[in-house]
Design a protein around this ligand. Structure first.
Ligand SMILES: *Cc1c(COP(=O)(O)O)cnc(C)c1O
Length: 650
């Protein structure tokens, strides 16, 4: 039983109420909605009427033994996002009569999973969509997967000799790697590689911009940023490339001002500065062809369309327009040909398609008295508390006087504190202390469920702790550190809501605790119409029935950054195609990690772990602490468990 009571009569809760509660019409760019059964439905693309029922999908996946926690990737949404990005640039190119093309790349670090990259390459191929890599391992993936001879392979990150040599030779395979100089001493390594290999790479340069950035990644820009060359360094690099006879390979200017840039003004400033650098590079004699505007294209996680950290004050089309228009202006003023435009938009492409589903294992909350116990010789403090409770109960259905309620609540808190003092001094038994606490929570409940109090009343500074205290913790079958690390590391907010039961009022309030033994393993920041709140409206889980929660727009960065805290491993992953007739096809299933697989990553062998435990059982049998039968059972259980999921099963 929750501490809260429904505000609306049970049968008048509508889908519209749920939409308003979870703002589902605001975030998510229209891919998600609620169907007539009260379940979340997922659309094939933003224009499509083809939708599938997410709750039904998860239920049917469970029948296939694909249990939550579960990552579902919708191939169609990925396709739609890639499409939308290219359409936006095509439209901007047309609008501004830009004389060149857009040719994007996907930054591999955003999601390196093989199934994801293969899908992106397949879906992006009509536009010659390429990849951006930031390390040697990513480079190897890029070389192996990217077969389209017209796609670009942008090589970023710190580069040693081997990195440069591989990228240089790959040009001879008919691939299009462009080595972007990020650091001054990469220049001499490139020159060295050219001598050693007798081959030349295509070269780009990453500029360190001075324009101001904002938001979480504002340090990606400015004189002290980690990457890129300052203007003096660019000048000496050009000189050096000229001397080495390599200036003819210098084709690209790159910049990246951080991820999830919320404010279009920041993007415009950076674009202006970079366009001007581009023009100057042309004037210095480099045969420039490309300008690569990096990542940073943000998405609206909170649905506010503002420059808050989790939103953007611009649309995809605004972004494309600004990129095209700014670059065009600078080039025309200087009589320079329009370059091919590259962007490295990761988050904006890959976020929407992934939904993380977890089940709730149980709930807990402070308990209040079930039954009043009117003993004669009760301690005075307890009878005082009880009296306060009766007063509050009387006020429940009366026209209220807020100050009276506040006074009574302050009394209750004072009496509770008195109880604690009395307990410490030995005047109150443990049972009495428990009783006092329960009466205090009963007082809180009377206030929280008083229908005459409105939202402002209940959020009054003297009362607002009540809701928080009475709220429930929902135990999530999930590791935040593995599956949604940004919510822990940088307080990133993701849309979170139940994927079913939207025809019922979610009158409980709660937040989530994950499976790890870490007190940071909590989800307690939720989107509420532009504000962030610590509690989410939830339903009371029903006995023996699943209560399934979805975390939306999780496709970018989460899988790559997830860690093995407490040894919870990769969740199950499925790729889904949505068919025309509102049905679906399960395309790929990537099974979750077994405990054996996770242990292996840390150099443990399951066999030797089992063997050590078996040797222990032998001594225990020797000492008659364990029977042979018990030992066998224990080893059997361990062996079975090692093959199974690291998460809780039913
Ligand atoms: C991380 C990164 C990106 C991707 O940025 P998003 O904001 O996710 O689009 C692009 N380019 C570079 C150089 C990066 O480091």
């Amino acid at each position: 039983m929750t501490n809260f009571e429904p505000k609306k009569l049970k049968n008048i809760w509508t889908i519209e109420d749920s939409i308003a509660t979870y703002n589902i019409d605001k975030w998510g760019d229209k891919y998600f909605s609620i169907n007539s059964k009260g379940n979340i439905s997922v659309a094939k693309d933003i224009k499509s009427a083809n939708k599938i029922d997410l709750f039904k999908l998860v239920t049917e996946l469970k029948s296939r033994e694909i249990n939550p926690p579960l990552t579902i990737r919708f191939n169609d949404i990925l396709k739609d996002r890639i499409h939308a990005l290219h359409e936006a640039f095509l439209k901007a190119i047309k609008t501004y009569q830009y004389n060149n093309i857009y040719q994007g790349v996907f930054p591999v670090k955003c999601n390196q999973q093989k199934n994801v990259l293969e899908k992106i390459i397949e879906l992006g191929s009509p536009w010659n969509f390429g990849l951006e890599v930031g390390s040697k391992s990513e480079l190897l993936i890029g070389l192996a997967l990217l077969e389209n001879q017209n796609s670009l392979l942008i090589c970023n990150g710190y580069k040693d000799e081997k990195y440069i040599e591989i990228a240089t030779l790959a040009r001879k395979l008919g691939k299009n790697p462009i080595i972007v100089i990020e650091q001054r001493d990469e220049v001499k390594r490139i020159i060295q590689a050219v001598h050693t290999l007798n081959a030349t790479p295509l070269i780009g340069i990453r500029a360190k911009l001075s324009s101001k950035s904002s938001g979480r990644w504002s340090k990606s820009i400015g004189d002290n940023s980690k990457f890129g060359l300052s203007i003096p360094e660019i000048m000496s690099t050009i000189k050096e490339l000229k001397e080495a006879n390599l200036i003819n390979e210098m084709k690209l200017l790159h910049f990246h001002i951080g991820s999830q840039i919320s404010d279009i003004a920041v993007i415009k400033d950076a674009l202006q500065e970079a366009s001007q650098i581009y023009v100057e590079l042309c004037k210095l004699g480099a045969p420039m062809q490309y300008i690569d505007v990096g990542g940073g294209l943000g998405i609206d996680f909170d649905g506010t369309k503002t420059s808050s950290n989790t939103s953007t004050n611009y649309s995809l089309q605004n972004y494309a327009n600004d990129v095209i228009a700014t670059i065009k202006d600078s080039c025309e003023l200087n009589n320079i040909e329009h370059p091919t435009i590259i962007s490295e938009s990761g988050r904006a492409i890959i976020s929407h398609c992934s939904v993380l589903i977890f089940n709730v294992l149980g709930t807990s909350h402070v308990s209040s008295i079930q039954k009043i116990n009117n003993e004669k010789n009760q301690s005075l403090i307890i009878s005082n508390l009880l009296e306060t409770f009766y007063e509050l109960k009387k006020l429940k259905n009366k026209k209220i006087n807020l100050s009276q309620i506040i006074e009574l609540w302050n009394d209750a808190k004072k009496f509770k504190e008195d109880c604690l003092v009395a307990f410490r001094l030995g005047f109150l038994s443990l049972a009495e202390r428990a009783y006092a606490e329960e009466i205090t929570w009963a007082c809180a409940k009377e206030i929280a469920n008083n229908n005459n109090l409105n939202n402002d009343d209940i959020n009054h500074p003297d009362l607002f702790e009540i809701t928080e205290t009475l709220a429930s913790t929902y135990y999530a079958n999930l590791s935040i550190f593995k599956s949604i690390p940004d919510s822990w590391a940088i307080n990133q907010i993701f849309p979170i809501l139940p994927i079913h039961r939207h025809l019922e009022e979610p009158f409980c309030k709660g937040n989530f605790a994950d499976l790890t033994c870490d007190s940071d393993g909590k989800l307690n920041s939720f989107i509420d119409n532009g504000k962030i709140k610590s509690l989410l409206n939830l339903h009371e889980p029903e006995q023996d029935k699943d209560y399934l929660i979805g975390i939306f727009m999780t496709g970018a960065y989460q899988e790559a950054l997830g860690n093995l805290h407490n040894l919870f491993g990769n969740t199950n992953v499925v790729h889904i195609d949505i068919n025309q007739n509102d049905s679906y096809k399960v395309k790929n299933i990537i099974k979750e990690d077994s405990k054996t697989e996770i242990l292996q990553l840390l150099d443990y062998s399951s066999a030797s772990l089992v063997e050590s435990i078996r040797i222990n059982t032998e001594s225990a049998i020797d000492q008659k602490k364990l029977t042979i039968e018990e030992a066998r059972k224990l080893i059997d259980q361990i062996e079975i468990s090692l093959r199974k999921s690291s998460y809780l099963s039913e």
